[in-house]
Ligand binder design. Structure first.
Ligand code: UD1
Length: 433
């Protein structure tokens, strides 16, 4: 069946698996409300384990990673119910303090349950999350910093056995790298710990501030989240609360890139432009006009994009590694040469070879990628190997001449809610087959 027929047939409903079939060349126009942040809701849901009673999360995105997290919550003994964009979690005493291997392997970020389960039960056993599509992802910082809070940890046959028989104690932790996950685990573990914990060189990502804001609403005493020194005064208990998840800054950047490569104009609603500063500068460098008013961002692209010159990924407030791939798709059709330096993950250029299949000219050497912009890409079969790389391939497909068949869209479903439906609402010709 041709793309045209599929679009008319209404068989474009989002489904997992299959492939995304994209016919490029349509300038995207229209407006879109940006989803709640994946990287915020996952730790928030882990936090709900710690809080007795009911936690209500509004603006909760429908993602496969959220579905995996809900399965973990239910396994632990929490009741979860979704009503549209609101997810309600009821938690009491947990049934168990472990997460089975099969669940840990479905989502590496399930390691954020470690701090929450430990704080709640005084023990936790989880399998080691191991590496993933974007490289080795050690958890040494999570473990060494939890040990500083009095947690005993045994690593055996790929499993972690953690105990804090007398509860988590306060302490001073200085992270050698501002790891997002390690900072989140520390906040969770220390919130109901005994005494005060000081986290130096904490991650400053807005999702950290979102987590702390929720925990404080539940009764925690966390000061300075979002800055590099965070202080947590342990409280005896937390009780569930109502919370609206922050907007997803990476989804916003991805839809902006999609509009930019097609020479389109989009209005994004429900964004926090303050979270997107280095990314907005990259768009402006390519000649896009970006106007911000309150929670709205308007992007209009020139006929031909310029290059982005230098993108160096850094911990927040630097350029986010998660936006590297979508911005590279944009640089691929920029009029000039752009240089990328990936400083956060060791193996985060898998999309470069696939972009080259579409006609891009990208050379990768170690952590550096040199992108020589070409006037046009052309459709081809490509394969997603990770979440953001997959989204970047879709962005490229939207401006490529002819048809792009994108395999393994399941990676995209991990982090983008109604991806192709959203793009279609802007005029894109994209269906799941
Ligand atoms: C989170 C985000 C991810 C984002 C990343 C960096 C979630 C669910 N995921 O991942 O989308 O790309 O932040 O902004 O929020 N490291 C160690 N030892 C550790 C922990 C981390 O060496 O114990 C290294 C990692 O291998 C990586 C770097 O530190 O090279 C950054 O990792 P981290 O900030 O922890 O990212 P995540 O929390 O895994």
């Amino acid at each position: 069946m041709e793309l045209n027929e599929l679009l008319e047939d209404g068989r474009a409903a989002p489904k997992s698996g299959g492939a995304l079939c994209i016919e490029g060349g349509v300038p995207l126009r229209g407006e879109l409300r940006v989803q709640g942040a994946k990287n915020s809701i996952l730790p928030l849901l882990a936090a709900s384990v710690l809080c007795g009673g009911e936690s209500v999360f509004h603006n909760c995105p429908e993602l496969s990673d959220v579905a995996v997290t809900v399965r973990i919550l239910r396994y632990l003994g929490c009741a979860c119910q979704r009503h549209g964009k609101t997810l309600v979690v009821r938690s009491g005493a947990l049934d168990r303090a472990d997460i089975p291997d099969r669940m840990m392997h479905q989502m590496r970020s399930s390691i954020v349950f470690l701090g929450a389960i430990l704080a709640k039960c005084g023990e936790a056993s989880l399998s080691f999350p191991g590496g993933c599509e974007i490289g080795q992802r050690p958890i040494d910082l999570h473990l060494s910093s939890l040990r500083k809070l009095g947690v005993q940890i045994r690593e055996e046959h790929g499993c972690l056995f953690c105990r804090a028989p007398h509860g988590v104690t306060g302490g001073f932790v200085s992270l050698s790298f501002p790891s997002v996950g390690a900072t989140e685990n520390l906040l969770l573990a220390a919130s109901t710990g005994r005494g005060t914990t000081v986290i130096a060189n904490a991650a400053r990502e807005p999702e950290i501030a979102d987590l702390a804001c929720f925990l404080n609403r539940c009764g925690a005493h966390i000061y300075g989240a979002g800055e590099s020194c965070v202080i947590v005064e342990g409280v005896p208990r937390l009780s569930g609360s109502e919370f609206t998840v922050m907007p997803d800054r990476i989804a916003a950047a991805t839809y902006m890139a999609a509009a930019a490569v097609t020479g389109g104009t989009v209005l994004l609603r429900g964004v926090n432009a303050g979270h997107l500063m280095p990314v907005l500068s990259a768009f402006e460098e390519t000649g896009c006009r970006v106007l911000q008013s309150g929670a709205e961002l308007l992007l209009s692209a020139p006929e031909r994009l310029g290059p982005v010159r230098h993108v160096r990924t850094m911990p927040y407030p630097g350029f986010p590694t998660d936006a590297q791939a979508p911005i590279m798709a944009m640089a691929a059709v920029g009029n000039g040469t752009s240089i990328f330096v990936e400083n956060i993950f060791e193996c985060r250029y898998q999309h470069a070879a696939e972009l080259n299949r579409l006609g891009a000219k990208i050379r990768v050497e170690g952590k550096v990628a040199v992108v020589e912009g070409v006037p046009k890409l052309s459709g081809a079969p490509v394969t997603a190997a990770d979440l953001r790389g997959g989204a970047a391939l879709a962005v490229a497909g939207l401006c490529a001449e002819g048809e792009t068949m994108l395999l393994h869209p399941k990676y995209i479903d991990r982090g983008y809610e109604h991806f192709e439906r959203n793009l279609r609402s802007l005029g894109a010709r994209i269906v799941r087959v």
